[in-house]
Design a protein around this ligand. Structure first.
Ligand code: NAD
Length: 496
């Protein structure tokens, strides 16, 4: 059985672990690899390596750091298909979707290659007579990243390229459910010329994460995953006086105004709801129909019902299996509760299975109408190919509904009215808003800005906010003496 190596101090080394986690093919649940649970001494080795590398890396000229990222983005593009194939095999994502996962990560590496201008400080000449003040930003040290299963390329690439381009070193603990993709990313990073110790990758679960969260050497923690784990990581990291950014779960609403273009709306909602089997943190899981647009629900349900789940290399497949039997059990439980609690199940995917792959984690596309806010299919993040349809009378009611939801990752509105769109973007309490764009994931020159229970922290992922997160500001106030030397002691704190 393929035991996955760890990257420690520039070497891909087998772990001395006694515990291993099975990595499975979600299409049939066959074990394809074993991920080690890193031992304490391996965690210490990774930390020591990252601490040592930081001493020299922080002094490497910023353009040289950027050049590593340029070479890296080139290698990622050259190996795009190979990474996507590994990703598809361990997540079940369709090949096209896996390529998208990799691509959205490559875009962040391109941004990291532009780090020089983002590292600029500020200067004011003559803040007092002959005194100038200027600021510079400096890296923090060893940063930690903990990533989820659903984007095993994009989300690690949200983190370590920006952190490392800023002059830090990094320890990545990828999801134990699909660790092969991040190992391929790490391999290419070394090929790009990254010195040893800049990136260390260790495997495992909560014990490994908790050990690192409690370690003094770790200065900042980036996490993406579920709400309970995000809350635990945010609390533990900040209790240990570390800075933390934790991206968590979601329930994303799309509001459909009656003046929207019906054909465009329906086409967009199909992919945004059940694409990637609904396992996207920005998936649309609730469609809120305003007034007469409710008449479109049966046609939407029909189109979603036509989407065929299938194997990753089946070009006709709309999406693949769920990641694990546990994920499938949770989705089936919520579908059953939706029916029990009185929602109308227009399309029921709970019995779906793929012929020849009956042991896989398959759930077919599912659509509910008559969904009410108190039902568990509305309250909980389903993270499956399930769309909940709700109907309200007005835009104001739609805004009230979305704002009452505890999550605030993404939302969208479909409308032909500039006034409605403007009201929505202004009044909605959600961090990422699409106007006639169903899944508004910002490109990396902006930042990924979830709100409320979808994010704990203040500075977000990638873009300028990531540079702020991974650096500390130093402000220098300088006087160079000329002939005009001030006389006598200055007994105040005024600059004179
Ligand atoms: P998860 O929380 O189960 O796991 C995420 C990571 O945390 C993994 O690396 C895992 O090993 C680690 N972990 C798990 N339990 C832990 C514990 N008790 N202590 C310490 N570490 C622990 O999440 P998942 O199932 O891999 O990912 C799906 C979730 O991620 C969904 O809720 C989804 O909405 C969310 N997500 C959010 C965003 C976002 O940007 N907001 C993006 C992607 C995914």
């Amino acid at each position: 059985m393929n035991k996955i190596a760890q990257l420690i101090n520039g070497e891909f080394t087998p772990s001395a672990a006694t515990q291993f986690i099975e990595v499975t093919n979600p299409a049939n649940n066959e074990v394809i690899a074993l991920a080690p649970c890193a031992t304490t001494s391996e965690l210490e080795d990774a930390i020591k390596s990252a601490e040592t590398a930081f001493k020299t890396w922080k002094k490497v000229p910023v353009p040289e750091r950027a050049r590593v990222m340029m070479r890296y983005q080139h290698l990622l593009k050259e190996n795009h298909d190979e990474i996507a194939t590994i990703l598809s095999e361990e997540t079940g994502k369709t090949f096209a979707d896996a390529k998208g996962d990799v691509w959205r990560g490559i875009e962040v590496v391109e941004q990291a290659a532009n780090v020089c201008s983002m590292m600029m400080g500020e200067t004011v000449e003559n803040v007092a007579t002959n005194i100038d003040t200027y600021s510079m930003i400096q890296p923090l040290g060893v940063c930690l990243g903990i990533t989820p299963f659903n984007f095993p390329a994009m989300i690690p690439l949200w983190m370590f390229p920006m952190a490392i381009a800023c002059g830090n070193t990094f320890i990545l603990k990828p999801s134990e459910q699909d660790p092969k993709t991040p190992m391929k990313l790490a391999e290419l990073f070394l090929q790009a010329g990254a010195p040893k110790g800049l990136l260390n990758v260790i495997h495992g679960g909560k014990d490994q994460v908790n050990y690192l969260l409690n370690h003094d050497a770790i200065k900042a923690v980036s996490f993406v995953g579920s709400v309970p784990v995000g809350q635990h990581i945010y609390k533990t990291a900040t209790d240990n006086m570390k800075r933390a950014q934790c991206f968590a779960g979601a329930k994303n609403h799309s509001v459909i105004m009656p003046d929207a273009n019906k054909e465009f709306v329906l086409n967009n909602l199909v992919g945004a709801s059940v694409g990637a089997a609904g396992q996207r943190c920005m998936a649309i899981s609730v469609a809120v129909f305003v007034g007469d647009s409710a008449e479109w629900i049966p046609e939407l349900a029909q189109r979603i019902g036509e989407v065929k789940p299938g194997l990753w290399d089946d070009k006709d497949a709309g999406f693949g299996p769920l990641i694990s039997p546990q994920a499938k059990a949770k989705v089936l439980k919520l579908i059953a509760e939706g029916k029990e609690q009185g929602a109308t199940c227009l399309v029921d995917g709970s019995e779906f299975t793929l012929e020849g792959y009956e042991k896989g984690n398959w759930v077919g596309p599912t659509v509910f109408s008559d969904v009410k806010a108190e039902m568990s299919i509305y309250q909980e993040e389903i993270f499956g190919p399930v769309l909940c349809c709700m109907v309200v009378d007005s835009l104001e009611d739609a805004i009230k509904l979305v704002n009452a939801n505890p999550y605030g990752n993404g939302t969208s509105i479909f409308t032909a009215s500039g006034a409605a769109a403007r009201k929505y973007q202004s009044d909605i309490e959600v961090g990422q808003v699409g106007i006639n764009v169903p899944i508004p994931v910002p490109l990396p020159f902006f930042s990924f800005t979830g709100w409320k229970n979808s994010f704990y922290g203040d500075l977000h992922a990638y873009g300028k906010q990531a540079v702020r997160f991974y650096t500390e500001t130093k402000t220098i106030t300088a006087r160079w003496l000329d002939d005009d030397i001030p006389s006598g002691p200055n007994m105040t704190i005024e600059l004179k």
